[in-house]
Design a protein around this ligand. Sequence first.
Ligand SMILES: [Zn+2]
Length: 291
Amino acid sequence: MKKVFLMVLLCALTFSLYAQNLPVKMEEMTAPQYVNAVDQSNATCIIPIGVLEKHGPHLPLGTDLIDVREVVLRAAAKEYAIVFPPYYFSQIFEARHQPGTIAYSQKLIWNMLQETCDELGRNGIKKIVLVSGHGGNSSFLPFFCQSQLASKKDYAVVLFQPSRNAEAYKEINKELVPGGSGHAGQSETSVMLAHRPDLVHMDKATSQSGKDQDRIKGIDSDYEGIWWYAKYPNHYCGDGSLATKELGEKILNAQVDELVTMLKQVKADNTILEMQNKFYEQAKHPMDTKQ
Ligand SMILES: [Zn+2]
């Protein structure tokens, strides 16, 4: 009896040690590890999404992805999930006038994301969490999520939408200079300073203006695609020279905490997939839906 107990304990210990040693980066897993990772993560994969675009005169082209992957990797180390490899295919037409912008067509970014999700689904993933590090995706990604209802999927796509309500954000907000944060501004530069200071060229942060140039005037209640260019032609919004490493670390920690909470909830949830399946079934025969 004692022997059996010891054997079970040993097996459990070996299994948990094995799980602890699983990589979080999908590209670093062996195929057998991947099978185990799907199980350990409750079939959850995170796709951190960035883009290649100018970030003021002082931050690297890949800032969005470099930052968002740091947040996601820290979160996945606390709450296990598979992290998809570097993903640079998202919406960035508004920066096509700047050097280093890789603006794939709308069809390509759509198909790339849909086929990536389909392939993850074919490989056992049931929950795909999109975490965007790029503000230019704020229309694309919610529309992409809505469009998953157009045809049956056996996985759910969930977009991380931080509410930034936590106490930590209140502290952070006190430190943000009004008008100083935005694209490559105080907060984004602080985050890069916190984890990749070697990529920050602080001496260049004031070499261009990040002020709102407000070049379309006299129209109320409007939206046009050129709005960002009209305001921030240098593809720079705010003032990166206000950044500090300490503020960056606070922002990173707050984002990681919020993502960890969301990951726990998504991993434990069954209702999204249940609702989807019910919906797809009913959508086949809308005339039979009780009125
Ligand atoms: Zn961006």
